[in-house]
Write a protein that binds this ligand. Structure first.
Ligand code: COA
Ligand code: ZN
Length: 310
């Protein structure tokens, strides 16, 4: 098991889908281009969803086609259905991130599909992608609990993962859509999936809705997870999940891992530069702790009154 941690940036998708303001495409391009040079391994650029459902990402094609792509970065986009996959393939995305919900109540609220209906769409998408060089990942929303129907049984989640892998998908992301997971639950579930499918790259996607986000990431890392979604500035949230709020913040996660001596390949200063543009762009403050406090190596001049008299 490699000790390198892979940071996958989701602010442009999970973050902006939850913003009322439409960010001009040129500003999104500038943000993706800056992130492309920061050392993150993947960027979820946008989503090919219905523009009526997610108006702030209605420029998906234009955005995808305007990027300066770094060959070391995987450019991914969220796809809910066959129509979304057709659109994504015209833009030569490196990865389609197929989204479905572990809980049918959230699936119906968010996508108007149960998990079984999503799987039918995905089977068709697998056919459609043949001959294209595109990676297929599945993101399972509400994997740690649903804000409508509560707990998701482990056996139900395992069965869903199995069905997704049987379709031939390349990776799986377990999403804690509304911050319901706790570190003990995360360790238990991650251990189970890593043991059962050691060859599959599992990503963990946490929201910090209840202040457990970084603790959950640490817990997942301790049992061997090496792929994490995180969002610049700590933006994020599903507009169709009540009470949803931001993802774990990329700069806070990278800072924590670097302090612990864990290699992320990310240039924290470059990340902070990009994050510092967000409050003006979005016209509101962002949750990032690091933007407020600076890195732990930050030092302040000792106040005059505290200086020893010579
Ligand atoms: N991209 C663009 N338009 C799409 C589309 C897609 N992927 N899928 C469907 N549409 C359009 C249809 O063409 C149709 O358009 P029309 O009204 O002009 O005829 C309309 O949307 C309704 O189509 P339908 O197949 O009935 O979809 P729906 O209304 O049941 O919506 C989804 C299903 C999945 C498209 C929609 O719920 C959605 O985009 N959800 C995304 C939610 C999301 O991103 N949440 C946050 C991420 S977790
Ligand atoms: Zn999310």
């Amino acid at each position: 098991m490699s000790d390198r941690v892979y940071i996958q940036e989701v602010a442009l998708r999970d973050g902006l889908q939850n913003e009322a303001l439409f960010i001009p495409t040129a500003d999104k391009v500038a943000l993706v281009n800056a992130l492309s040079l920061s050392g993150v391994s993947k960027i979820e650029v946008t989503s090919f969803t219905s523009p009526k459902a997610i108006p702030s990402l209605r420029d998906a094609e234009q955005l995808m086609q305007s990027l300066q792509r770094n060959p070391h970065v995987c450019y991914s986009a969220l796809v809910p259905n066959v129509r979304g996959a057709e659109r994504a393939l015209t833009c030569a995305v490196d990865e389609m991130n197929l989204v479905l919900s572990a809980s049918d109540s959230h699936g119906l609220a968010n996508l108007r599909m149960t998990a079984a209906q999503s799987l039918i769409q995905f089977a068709e998408i697998v056919q459609l992608s043949q001959g294209h060089s595109v990676r297929l990942n599945a993101s399972i929303s509400t994997a740690f609990g649903c804000p409508f129907s509560g707990a998701v049984a482990d056996v139900q989640l395992m069965r869903l993962i199995e069905q997704l892998l049987d379709l031939g998908l390349d990776g799986i992301t377990l999403c804690d859509t509304t911050g319901m997971a706790d570190p003990a639950q995360v360790a238990q579930l991650c251990q189970q999936v890593l043991q059962r499918w050691p060859e599959v790259p599992f990503t963990l996607h946490f929201h910090d809705t209840r202040g457990m986000g970084l603790a959950n990431a640490l817990s997942a890392w301790q049992v061997g997870v090496r792929y994490f979604d995180a969002s610049l500035g700590g933006l994020g949230g599903c507009p169709y999940a009540p009470g949803a709020s931001g993802n774990i913040c990329t700069e806070d996660l990278v800072h924590m891992l670097q302090r612990m001596g864990i290699d992320t390949g990310v240039n924290l200063a470059a990340l902070l530069d990009a994050a510092s543009t967000l409050p003006e762009l979005l016209q509101h403050p962002v949750p990032s702790a690091l933007l407020k406090a600076g890195v732990a190596d930050r030092r302040y001049p000792l106040p005059k009154a505290a200086q020893a008299k010579s």
